[in-house]
Design a protein around this ligand. Structure first.
Ligand code: ADP
Ligand code: G3P
Length: 492
């Protein structure tokens, strides 16, 4: 039997999943790792801890299934995007903790570039905005703030990479400094139209181009690892949201998926044409295969499942994530409690790094259930914000059905609420590990063991369709309350 090993390096945990020749899960291992919050608004990961967790889960998945290296035809890597690592070319040692995508420390740097009038040009080339979310200003911060880093970078001694790139470097023991087009497209340093690094933006952000990895197609030869007991080639790489888009088989223009993990990321396939957003969405690369780029419009929400974790860890009103739905079901429908989960600012379409969370509409009758319900609804409202923005940018009138995945999509209550507040059907597939599946498919297709796009699309199977049942009036009234709450939170 032949297998593909998918490595899913996420924001809170690393997972390894072995898929068999029929693309069925044969074994999984997962480890959480430490989140570091050194200052308000800062989020870091220890890249060494990430590396250890990745090696551990790969070895565990192989040991528990008894799969040997010679049975693994290839590795697919998918990863939290934008998170920035800089390491020493000679020793491989990171010069600092990784700065995580959620980190807001470069808000001032972004503001300065915006004031200098740079945003339009940056957006035009990269499809992104001058927001701390992306890697470019994080690289600048590291070079400017880690003692000696700027000189070492200028001397060609340092390397930059998103997590995929760092893992490839470590897995190949320094033989390959590579990334794929989807991860490159999130750095703020990559021209998504030319498919190459932008010398102009690297110059603007003071990033030496010698630090940058080589950019490949998503299905390509990224190097071979010998660290898992034999020679295994790395054949697929994609950022996690793009991998989920692939795993959901959103291969045609107009198909859209939304992944509810720590954050929520909705991607609408726009085909071979990049669509420049009029509504503060991002233009990004959905995937690049055989040198052909397929583009997407993306709406990024920073807090989705993380708000459920907040109910569990900070408020301690639930013991586990699944209880959030059970509690929300008990909420009094006549109370209009609205929660804005702007714990790390607001992403699309607001892009307000300074905004913080708020709860509105509390009365003496409001309790755990109303807060849990408001938390789950906030994720649906944010999706509706993105949905509206996408409809404004995408003038194709065909009905769009949303395909959902990620940890939170397991909640029937949250998914029904989503369909109600969108006023559109929501499809949840049987296979909810779409991110890992997308990475596995890239590697398996490259290895010649998995079907082509068409064949893969035919394997997508529906678990449940959630149809909207809320009246249009109720939906609109609820959305108006949400919009007022967001305005008030931003004004605070
Ligand atoms: N049944 C559930 N109801 C609501 N939220 C859930 C449920 N199960 C998981 N979650 C949330 O989903 C997130 C985990 O999803 P996952 O896709 O593993 O995220 P990530 O890849 O970002 O680590 C957590 O934030 C958790 O709170
Ligand atoms: O690790 P996730 O699933 O929260 O995804 C993080 C995103 O890639 C950030 O852009």
């Amino acid at each position: 039997m032949t297998f593909i090993l998918a490595i899913d390096q996420g924001t809170t945990s690393s997972r390894a999943i072995l898929f068999d020749a029929n693309m069925k899960r044969a074994g999984t291992a997962q480890h959480e790792f430490t989140q570091h919050f050194p200052q308000e608004g800062w989020v870091e990961h220890d890249a060494e801890e990430i590396w250890d967790s990745v090696l551990r889960v790969c070895r565990e998945a192989m040991e528990t299934t008894g799969v040997t290296p010679d049975q693994i035809a290839g590795i697919g890597i998918t990863n939290q995007r934008e998170t920035t690592v800089i390491w020493d070319r000679a020793t491989g040692a990171p010069i600092h903790n990784a700065i995580v995508w959620q980190d807001r420390r470069t808000a001032d740097i972004c503001a300065r570039y915006k004031q200098a009038g740079c945003e339009d040009d940056v957006t035009h080339q990269t499809g992104l905005l001058l927001d701390p979310y992306f890697s470019g200003t994080k690289v600048k911060w590291l070079l400017d703030n880690v003692p000696g880093a700027r000189d070492r970078a200028d001397a060609g001694e340092l390397m930059f990479g998103t997590i995929d790139s760092f893992l490839i470097w470590r897995l190949t023991e320094g033989r390959s400094h590579a990334t794929d087009a989807t991860n490159a497209a999130r750095t703020l340093l990559f021209d998504i139209h030319k498919g190459d690094w932008s010398a102009e933006i690297c110059d603007l952000l003071d990033v030496p181009m010698s630090m940058l990895p080589t950019v490949h197609d998503c299905a390509s030869d990224f190097g071979t690892t010998t660290l898992l007991g034999g020679d295994i080639p790395i054949l697929g790489v994609a950022g996690d949201q793009q991998a989920a888009t692939i795993g959901q088989a959103c291969f045609h223009a107009g198909m859209m998926k939304s992944t509810y993990g720590t954050g929520c990321f909705a991607l609408l396939n726009t085909g071979d044409k990049p669509v420049e957003s009029k509504n503060r969405l991002l233009t990004t690369i959905a995937y690049q295969l055989d040198g052909q780029r397929t583009y997407a419009l993306e709406g990024s929400i920073f807090i989705a499942g993380a708000a459920v974790q907040w109910l569990r860890d900070a408020l301690q009103i639930i013991d586990n994530a699944a209880e959030s739905g059970e509690l929300a079901e008990k909420a009094d429908a006549n109370q209009h409690v609205v929660m804005v989960p702007a714990f790390t600012g607001l992403g699309a379409p607001y892009w307000n790094p300074e905004c913080r969370g708020a709860i509105f509409g509390l009365t003496r009758n409001s309790g755990r259930a109303e807060i849990a319900n408001a938390t789950l609804e906030s994720i649906a409202f944010q999706t509706r914000d993105l949905w509206h923005a996408m409809q404004g940018d995408w003038d194709d009138n065909a009905e769009v059905i949303l395909r959902v995945d990620g940890g939170m999509s397991a909640s029937d209550w949250a998914m029904q609420g989503l369909a109600d507040l969108l006023g559109a059907p929501v499809d949840r597939p049987m296979m909810q590990e779409t991110t890992a599946l997308g990475a596995a498919w890239l590697a398996g297709m490259r290895a010649g063991v998995y079907p082509d796009q068409q064949g893969f699309s035919e394997t997508w199977a529906l678990d449940q369709r959630f149809e909207p049942v809320l009246s249009a009036d109720e939906r609109d009234a609820a959305y108006t309350r949400w919009q007022r709450a967001v305005s008030a939170a931003m004004a605070f």
